[in-house]
Design a binder for this molecule. Structure first.
Ligand code: NAP
Length: 293
């Protein structure tokens, strides 16, 4: 972790001290990126736990009080809560405060901000860390979560360059590699690489769970099944929100996948060994190339 010579922020407020917000707070503290970290959220019990764990210095459940005097604000709440959080902080931010978020879809966050503020504020830099686990809450957070991982920022032509630079330094200080991307392109890429796999894992487990012989089926589930379905243990609320927020891009890739699955089913039905082997070989080569270095 890079230890900053001069803090990036005197006070950083993190709204949503769960896996992502808690991990970023831990990483920022470890790297000396800010002098004080204020946490915010709905539950005083959760926030007190974050204080007890040393993740944040103090907390507020009132969003206006939480962001007062902060020079850096991170929104790490589920996508369905972003708009309410923007409403809660509107009119209470310091003039120079830089705001960013960690939401897994970006167009919906930009739309929520435009609805609340009237236009995308120049100091708001939408962002998305491509890092996570299937666990939620502050207890699951750890400072190394972003080490060597990518973070995508999606500033628009309205975004202030200084604000983008501050957010870039925040994530780089947490050990991540920062990439800039267009909002729509981000949502299409993530629909394919993250949102579709989660939808498939949830559907597969749900299909099997509703079968009469489910106890026996799960009893014999081997490593492959566990690997493939690990992400179906992720928080259902968060993933419901992602499906709703990114529905256009997600539906496009789900439909494409359905066509390919139909084509594979047809090959199996017709005992078309050549076609099955062709699909599996192409997939293995692609996975070996991209995932195994
Ligand atoms: P999480 O562990 O469930 O944490 C969410 C936090 O938000 C909780 O601390 C919760 O605390 C707070 N919260 C929920 N609703 C709120 C509301 N209406 N107002 C204020 N605070 C609220 O979730 P997470 O995994 O950190 O995800 C946070 C964000 O990061 C999401 O937008 C997600 O899309 C994104 N993200 C997640 C991952 C991942 O793998 N998990 C990866 C990249 C990006 P209280 O219950 O106390 O309010």
């Amino acid at each position: 972790m890079n230890i900053a010579s001069k803090p990036l922020a005197q006070r950083m407020t993190v709204i949503g001290i769960g896996l992502i917000g808690g991990s970023l707070a831990r990483a920022a503290r470890a790297a000396g990126l800010c002098n004080e970290i204020v946490g915010a959220g709905r539950s005083a019990d959760h926030l007190q736990r974050a204080v007890d764990l040393g993740v944040i210095d103090r907390y507020e459940t009132d969003l206006a009080k939480a962001v007062a005097g902060a020079d850096l604000v991170l929104l790490a709440v589920p996508l369905g809560a972003m708009k309410a959080v923007f409403e809660g902080i509107k009119g209470h931010l310091d003039a120079d405060a830089v705001v960013t978020d960690a939401g897994s879809a970006k167009a919906s966050v930009v739309e929520d901000a435009v609805e609340v503020f009237g236009a995308l504020p120049p100091n708001l830099v939408p962002g998305h860390p491509i890092a996570g686990t299937e666990n939620s809450g502050v207890e699951a957070s750890f400072a190394e979560l972003f080490q060597g991982r990518r973070v995508i920022l999606t500033p628009t032509e309205r975004t202030d360059e200084r604000a983008t630079d501050v957010v870039r330094k925040l994530w780089e200080g947490a050990g991540a590699q920062v990439t800039l991307m267009d909002v729509r392109h981000h949502d299409e890429v993530l629909a394919a690489t993250s949102h579709l796999p989660h939808v498939l894992a949830y559907t597969l487990v749900d299909t099997l769970a509703r079968m009469g012989e489910r106890d026996e089926i799960f009893q014999y589930a081997a490593g492959g099944f566990r690997d493939f379905t690990r992400i179906a243990s992720s928080d259902p609320v968060m993933w419901r929100d992602i499906c709703l927020a990114n529905h256009d891009a997600l539906l496009a890739i789900v439909e494409r996948y359905q066509e390919d699955l139909d084509a594979l089913a047809k090959a199996i039905r017709g005992s078309d060994s050549e076609r099955i082997l062709e699909i599996f070989t192409r997939a293995k080569q692609a996975r070996d190339r991209y995932c195994n270095g």
